[in-house]
Structures are given as structure tokens and as C-alpha cells.
Design a protein around this ligand. Structure first.
Ligand SMILES: C[S@@+](CC[C@H](N)C(=O)[O-])C[C@H]1O[C@@H](n2cnc3c(N)ncnc32)[C@H](O)[C@@H]1O
Length: 302
């Protein structure tokens, strides 16, 4: 970094990823954040000091404003579920996801021991849960409507030397016989489904009597306040088509398919997203429900 930084391309240079991060840190320091130890790149702090030393207060303010404008006002692009996950699949596993950080511990608690069970991961994506359950001794099938997401799941299955039956299929028409599974897990996918009832009926069909379903999802509260399933790229924020269903609809559609709802959790924003969301956002959204997790058991025949 030298005096060339002060050229007419200053604003462009500042929006480059590393400068953007450095300025983010600078902004956090300005706001009085004292605990920055969770930041993955401690040297960014030093870099932010160098940026500050090289810039006049006015240049710093301009840079901050430009970075902020680009972050919050970059174009948004609507995508279908199919196209959205085809693109997101390329980095889905690498990008820290605050929703997963809030959802996964609750799901694992409600799922419990899966050893020796027949498990369906419905909308398995890149195989986050399918692989975990296979590793824990379950016989696992996974379905997803995105071939690109499944490609990653297949690769990880091979790399992990695990056996999984992964198929490209829609949640509305599961390619399995009646009463094939002890557990159906469906994570973060039903927010893409307009009507929950036919999907819950499919889950009931493929479960054995007494079998369990555990569903996690983007909390409808989030969709109501305008948050969306999305991923960021430097040029734009991509929004994947969502459908809004009240919490009540998750429960009602399960009851209508002969399930008994045994648990319902609303996982709220807290320290579990430290390092993924900024300290400022954690304080701002603390206590807001981000993930909905419902567990239910299919009634035994009369
Ligand atoms: C946010 S990802 C979640 C993936 C995985 N369950 C996880 O939690 O990491 C949502 C997944 O749902 C799949 N999906 C959405 N609607 C679907 C449908 N109607 N049938 C099958 N898959 C669907 C998408 O292709 C995508 O892989």
C-alpha cells in the first residue's frame, strides 16, 4: 500500500474485498466494539489502522459511505429455486450461514439417536444431515430437486467412504414405497414450497407408523419482515423464491396428515452467530426468531 492509493481510483480500490473488510473493522472500532477476537483475520485490524493512517478523514468517510452503499444497495436478482441452488451450490458449503448455526443444534437435539434407523433427508441439498446420519450408523436416503446440490453430496459421500442413496426428486413425489422410513428430516427447504399439506402427506406416506418427522425452516417471522433466502456475490444479492407459511400452517398440515406434534422450537439470534453476523447485527436482532424447528410422530394405526 503506498501513495498511489490516493489516486482517482480511490473509491474503486476501497470497494475491493480486503479494503471492504478493513473498513468494516474500522467501523466496528469506531462503534466501540472491544471484543474482536472472534474475527478470522486478526491482521485486518492492523490493515484498518494503516488505511486510516493513509487517508484523510474525508477520504475515509467517502470510502465508508461507498462500501456501505455497495453492500446495502447492490442490485438484487430474483431466482427460481432451481436456478438459485444451481448457482449457490458452488459455494453453499463454504459460506458461513447464520441460519444453520441457529438451526443445527436444535435439529440434532430433536432427532436424537439415528443408529440402525432408516432415514430420509428430504431436500438434502449438499448432504449436510444425510452424511452426518450415515456417519452415525443410519441407513440414509436423500432426495433433492437440484442436481447441482446433489453433485456435492455425492462427492462428499465418496470422499467420506459412506453409503447413501441420493436421488433427484421433488418433495411432492418421493420415489419410495409406503412405510419405508423411521425418520424423515427436512431442513430449510419448506420455505420454498407454496402449500405444505401435500408435502406433509408425502412424509406421512413414506414413514412407518410411529415414525418421526423433524422439520426445520427459515422462520416465517423473518420472511414477514422481508428477509429472504439469499446468497451474495460481488455483483449482486441473489434472492431465491420463497413462500410464506404461518407457523400454524406447519402444525395444521402435520395434524391433517395424522401426525402428533411433539415439539416446536423457535431458535433466536444469539451468540451462536458470533463471527458470522457482526456484533452490531447480533445486538440489533438478538432474540428475534430465525429458525423454526418442529418434531412430530406419525400416529400408529387404530
Ligand atoms: C437451503 S437448502 C437446504 C439443504 C439442506 N437440507 C441443508 O439444510 O443444508 C434447500 C434445498 O431444498 C431443495 N428444494 C427446494 N424445494 C424443493 C422441492 N420441491 N423438491 C426437492 N428439493 C427442493 C433445494 O434444491 C435446496 O437444495
Amino acid at each position: 500500500m503506498d501513495a498511489n492509493l490516493m489516486d482517482t481510483n480511490l473509491v474503486e480500490r476501497l470497494t475491493d474485498g480486503i479494503f471492504s473488510k478493513a473498513l468494516q473493522v474500522r467501523r466496528m472500532i469506531q462503534r466501540g466494539a472491544t471484543d474482536l477476537m472472534h474475527l478470522p483475520l486478526a491482521e485486518i485490524v492492523a490493515l484498518s489502522e494503516r488505511v486510516e493512517a493513509l487517508l484523510t478523514p474525508q477520504q475515509l468517510a467517502e470510502g465508508l459511505e461507498t462500501v456501505g452503499r455497495q453492500r446495502w444497495h447492490k442490485p438484487t436478482v430474483e431466482m427460481s429455486v432451481r436456478d438459485g441452488y444451481a448457482e449457490w451450490s458452488k459455494q453453499y458449503d463454504e459460506e458461513p450461514n447464520p441460519l444453520i448455526a441457529l438451526e443445527e443444534p436444535v435439529v440434532l437435539e430433536l432427532v436424537g439417536d439415528v443408529e440402525g434407523k432408516d432415514v430420509l433427508d428430504a431436500a438434502c441439498g449438499t448432504g449436510r444431515y444425510a452424511l452426518l446420519f450415515a456417519g452415525a450408523g443410519a441407513r440414509v436416503c436423500g432426495v433433492d430437486g437440484s442436481e447441482e446440490m446433489l453433485t456435492h453430496a455425492r462427492k462428499k459421500t465418496a470422499d467420506g467412504d459412506l453409503t447413501l442413496d441420493l436421488r433427484n426428486a421433488d418433495l411432492h413425489t418421493l420415489p419410495f414405497e409406503d412405510e419405508s422410513f423411521d425418520l424423515v428430516l427436512s431442513a430449510l427447504a419448506l420455505c420454498h414450497v407454496p402449500d405444505l399439506s401435500p408435502v406433509m402427506a408425502e412424509f406421512a406416506r413414506v414413514l412407518r407408523p410411529g415414525g418421526r418427522v423433524v422439520i426445520s425452516d427459515f422462520h416465517p417471522f423473518c420472511l414477514l419482515i422481508g428477509w429472504r433466502t439469499c446468497f451474495d456475490r460481488p455483483e449482486a444479492r441473489y434472492w431465491i423464491e420463497n413462500h410464506f407459511n404461518l407457523t400454524e400452517e406447519y402444525v395444521r398440515s402435520l395434524l391433517a396428515s395424522d401426525f402428533e406434534v411433539t415439539d416446536l422450537r423457535e431458535s433466536v439470534v444469539d451468540e451462536r452467530v458470533a463471527g458470522i453476523l457482526s456484533d452490531h447485527d447480533i445486538e440489533r436482532f438478538r432474540g428475534w426468531p430465525a429458525a423454526l424447528v418442529v418434531a412430530a410422530t406419525l400416529k400408529e394405526g387404530e
